[in-house]
Design a protein around this ligand. Sequence first.
Ligand SMILES: Cc1ncc(COP(=O)(O)O)c(C=O)c1O
Length: 386
Amino acid sequence: MKTDTAYYVFDLGRVRERVAYLRRLLGTEVSLAYAVKANTFIIEGMIPYVERLEVCSPGEAAICERLGVPPEKMVISGVYKTPSFIERSVISAPGRIYTVESLTQFDLLRALSEKYQKRLPVLLRLTNDSQFGINEEDIRSIIADRAEYPYLNILGIQFFSGTQKTSLKKLAREIRHLDELLVSLEEEYGYRAEELEYGTGFPVSYYDGESLDEEALITGFREVLQGMTRRPKITLELGRSIAACCGKYYTHVVDKKRNKGQNYLLVDGGMHQLVYFGQYMGMKHPILSVCGKETEPSTDSWNICGSLCSMNDILAKQVPLPEIHIGDTLCFENAGAYCMTEGMALFLSREIPAVYLVTEDGKHVLVRRPFETADLNTPREEYSER
Ligand SMILES: Cc1ncc(COP(=O)(O)O)c(C=O)c1O
């Protein structure tokens, strides 16, 4: 593809293969929930391949609705759920599952379930010692009093402790703790959880030289699950582990220079369009290549800088590259999760890049046109009541 701005390409076949690979390692008794915050462009492609989609904002819910995600496949999660959104959702999308993130949310869900006499499936989210979820004592008291909430169908527990977890020991510790909680809920309150939804935070290797034995980690984790005393239905919430590999980000070399002995490549994208987890001031080397020169030997090292008027806008420092010219295109790998949304898209009022999907039959389809942001950063009198 030849365009004159940066763009993303997300490959749906690659995502499908990735899910199949994860399932092979995890076994059939584990379900998958795709955390759509990782990449909303692949949602439609994911619907047949995952049991659930985890949705954390009204905007994400609207996207899922437009793309035909069935309500019963949606877990409405997220630390703050707008009351009006939840009310609309309860009325118009029966079957959606809600996580309980606070006692305020619990009261809201309870009140709405009673007001509309609709049985709402809920998961009680255990806190990870942050602003998310509720305390174990709160879970216990909700379970103890569950007869008072006939319209709430308490499916079980949800827990997410963080992303990029490479330690099997840490995963095992968390699962052991959750298992103990499930056992004690049964022993103390006669409550047998049907479900455990767990945000595993499986890691992705983004940088040159990183080594991760993914197969050992995931099969080890499977054994940890098999060792649980209670085996409710287990759903793993996965974002980056599913989506990262499907995406590439392309940006063009628009200028090159040598300043004080350092080589600089300027590209038409930048840090507002490409954010890798753990990257800071380009200190790590994302996996990248120069299109059409993948097999050529490197001749020099370059600092790759974006077009923002910010000295922080460095995508990578001292990257060895083949002979490179203005007009060449750089391809950054593993850009399928978060990379394209976590940047400061409105900074400097630059363009938001186009998105292409590669469909199962190999076609590139433009699914978002590039668009200007200048309008969004322009004050307009017509909104004023003056
Ligand atoms: C509740 C929840 N589940 C799952 C995820 C996905 O995490 P990851 O992309 O590391 O798999 C997130 C990410 O923030 C999350 O907040």
